[in-house]
Design a protein around this ligand. Sequence first.
Ligand code: SF4
Length: 374
Amino acid sequence: MAGIYLHIPFCKQSCSYCDFHFSTSLKHKTDLIQALVKEIEGRKNQLTEQIETIYFGGGTPSLLGGDDLKLIIEALYTNYTVADKIEFTLECNPDDLSKEKLKELNSAGVNRLSIGVQSFNNEELNFFNRAHNASEAESSIKRSQDVGFENITIDLIYGSPVLTDEIWLDNLQKINDFNVPHLSAYGLTVEPKTKLAYQIEMGELPSLNDEKMVSQFKTLIQNTREFGLTQYEISNFGKEGFYSQHNSNYWKGVAYLGFGPSAHSYLDNKRFWNVSNNIKYIKALNENEVYFEEETIDEKTAFNEYILTRLRTIWGVEIDYIKVHFSAEINTHFKKEIQPYLNSSYLQQLNNKVVLTDEGILIADKITSDLFYV
Ligand code: SF4
């Protein structure tokens, strides 16, 4: 079992908070697709396991034309063993989702849409400099369902200076109103070199309010629970049968190949990351130069990554896994550090696994860093 991630590094405009790799110029799109196909072909011997999930992320993959998408998908099916039934996700922005586009995606094999809604409020969407408005956010969900997409996830952001508790409740209510089976909800973070960071630095905006962030996070947990969505990872909520298989596999340490500029891969205890620059990526692929860096994951990093990813999920940290996969020294460290938390109301042990409690979820980052082996 393995997964494939494709990074499509183009967007219509820059969202104020975003530090992902993307370009707002489509000038090199054709060259980049050709380079991407070359990378897909060139790495076919790296992954012989059956592919069960394909994920187009970005950037904005819904900017791809039907022919671009076709080229990439053909390259994947020609060079890798793809299972008959896969989870095929494509990230899209509401303003791209015309009926024709949705039909095109459907016939290309996409069976899960990840719609970058972020908010259903126009003031907040303007604040984020998103390319869509609230009514496009709503109509894109409805249209996707009308075309036959059942497996839909939307992204929402909480904690922004313009998000009042009332707007947040309204945003969450839409999940239920539209019967959306999956939600990814993220607390706004201020990433360096973004417009948001600049606005805060210049005093145009206040710093983010931690108390508001926690209170909106609590509202999120309570409301999604009432809507029948399970918080299977700190930022991910889904109905039974609609959890993201692709992301769950990341958290479970399943191998994946990532194609495109800035994409990461993980396999055979190694991590690879591609250059985060479209021109350099295209040039390197065209001239058969190296376009990625790699590192072998040592035991300490493997342990810390295991704690970091698993503690955030309902699958939790498995005690037997740690016993079998890590040295006596790391096991001694783990037992010593976890015991005070097991005696507290932040973690609970359910047979072989340790999971966060409702209280623990609120301080997950602190618990994780306390458990790290440094
Ligand atoms: S559309 Fe997505 S990737 Fe592009 S700038 Fe906005 S948040 Fe970033």
